[in-house]
Design a protein around this ligand. Structure first.
Ligand code: CAO
Length: 444
């Protein structure tokens, strides 16, 4: 006997009120269990919702553009008695929630296609084995485009989307195939692998290191794998230039130390970084191109009017870049408190997706550790990142022919040369150096 079941949206984790971007089923369609029935899009990734059972769709209760939440009726489906029972809502919810966790943790594939996508690496929970299932967060593309890509043997996560929010269109897949074929024709040797963006990079040879001595294999942490993929993509797709400069922080250090007791009373520990964050925001306000991202087409620059700064944090599991929001509106004590709270959450693996989103510009400070200089990798889609190395007391030549001891802070600004010219890069670090060398200028 036929049985009419309601298909409801299960728990999709922290997401609520999510937009439907595609309704794949229509009344009268026969669907199998796990066939995709609708596609949802959050601000970070696209996800497919599968049918929990096989049967014939009786009616569809939603349309493109509707925003739905857990429990919303999606469709009614006629199942036969021979069907296995509908999975308990909790089980279905768990599956989808896991997939959403994967969205939060590993949006790498989605990010490849989405120049508008956000952050370096996300959150702390492990990605479930669903990573390859129909529930998996995917590149922004409709099922028909993904099918088309599959038919051509194209890994859609490698295709740059030129549609809305980086959505992959049919032309993008065709263009990818053309450019891959073209570059394969010019590849110097067989056995080449794609390095992404149509670039051909020769594959590293497989080496058995144990031939040379004792070895031990350690699996890379989830965060390292995700951040590695992101860093690699930034490295090969963003033309990097690094501009070096230095700032005299003798005065800043005196000021910082004079505030130490006051800071202690407020329960915070002031480090140079919070002052640098304030100075960076002033420099971003002065030269707004640094507070921008290229849009998915690469033809337009999106200038941001907000000032959310990502700060690289060294954690036991790898590098994470939480974002401190509205740095322009906050004082150094508040910034200090937020920085230590967010760094602690990063180290404890407790960052939420929201902690990682919306960054405009990143700072990587290795000053507490050491080193004289380094070249940070731009945290795309941001267009610049500031590296801060360890300050060092140095003799600085004065115009009267004498040398004066000064605490000099090394700065390294890496930027996307498609957006920033060399002159702008030098102007930015020069201005930043002036601000940090006399922090009162931040008030001007
Ligand atoms: N020069 C000299 N001393 C510095 C300094 C600098 N540039 N920056 C910080 N210090 C000092 C601090 O003042 C502090 O000393 P005191 O307690 O005596 O004042 C000490 O070094 C330790 O600072 P910190 O590292 O605890 O604090 P921070 O605010 O400078 O940095 C954070 C916070 C979260 C950014 C840092 O802990 C961290 O994780 N850094 C690593 C970032 C990283 O991995 N970047 C690489 C990314 S690319 O792979």
């Amino acid at each position: 006997m036929a049985n009419i079941e309601k298909i409801l949206l299960p728990d999709v984790g922290d997401f609520d009120d999510i937009e439907i971007i595609e309704v794949i089923i229509s009344a009268g369609d026969d669907v199998n269990k796990d066939d995709s029935i609708i596609m949802l899009e959050s601000d970070k990734a696209t996800m497919e919702i599968p049918s929990p059972v096989s049967g014939k769709i009786q009616s569809v209760a939603v349309k493109v553009g509707d925003r739905i939440s857990e429990g919303t009726l999606i469709a009614e489906i006629e199942t036969s008695e021979s069907q296995p029972p509908v999975p308990a809502p909790a089980a279905a919810a768990k599956q989808v929630a896991s997939a959403v966790a994967a969205v939060e943790v590993a949006p790498v594939a989605a990010q490849v296609a989405s120049a508008a996508s956000q952050n370096l690496e996300r959150a702390s929970s492990p990605v479930s084995d669903l990573a390859d299932s129909a529930l998996t967060p995917i590149a922004h593309a409709s099922p028909s485009i993904r099918r088309f890509a599959r038919e051509l043997g194209v890994d859609i996560s490698r295709v740059n989307g030129s549609g809305n929010k980086g959505r992959v269109l049919k032309e993008d897949v065709q263009g990818y195939v053309k450019s891959t074929l073209a570059s394969a024709g010019t590849a110097a040797a067989p056995g080449r692998g794609s390095g992404g963006m149509g670039l051909q990079i020769s594959q590293a040879p497989v080496i058995d290191f144990s031939k040379f001595g004792e070895t031990e294999t350690q699996v890379l942490s989830r965060i390292k794998k995700i951040s590695g993929a992101h860093l690699h993509r930034s490295w090969v797709s963003v033309p990097h230039v690094t501009q070096f400069d230095e700032a005299d922080i003798t005065g800043l250090e005196e000021f910082r130390k004079s505030l130490a007791k006051e800071a202690e009373k407020k329960g915070v520990r002031l480090t140079p970084l919070v002052f640098i964050m304030k100075a960076v925001v002033c420099a971003l306000q002065e030269i707004p191109e640094f507070n921008s991202s290229l849009d998915a087409s690469g033809d337009n620059l999106i200038l941001k009017k907000y000032f959310h700064i990502g700060v690289a944090v060294d954690t036991p599991n790898g590098l994470m870049v939480p974002v401190i929001r509205d740095v322009d509106k906050k004082g150094i004590y508040q910034l200090s408190a937020e920085l230590s709270a967010v760094a602690a959450r990063a180290r404890d693996g407790k960052l939420s997706p929201a902690d990682m989103q919306g960054g405009c510009f990143s700072i990587s400070s290795l000053g507490g550790i050491g080193g004289t200089q380094f070249t940070p990798i731009v945290n795309a889609p941001e267009v610049a990142i500031l590296g801060v190395a360890r300050a060092k007391m140095q003799p600085v030549y004065q115009s009267d022919g004498t040398f004066k001891p000064a605490l000099m802070l090394p700065l390294a600004l890496s930027y996307d040369h498609r957006v920033i010219d060399g002159a702008q890069g030098a102007r930015f670090t020069n201005y930043l150096s002036q601000l940090i060398s006399d922090i009162r200028r931040v008030l001007l």
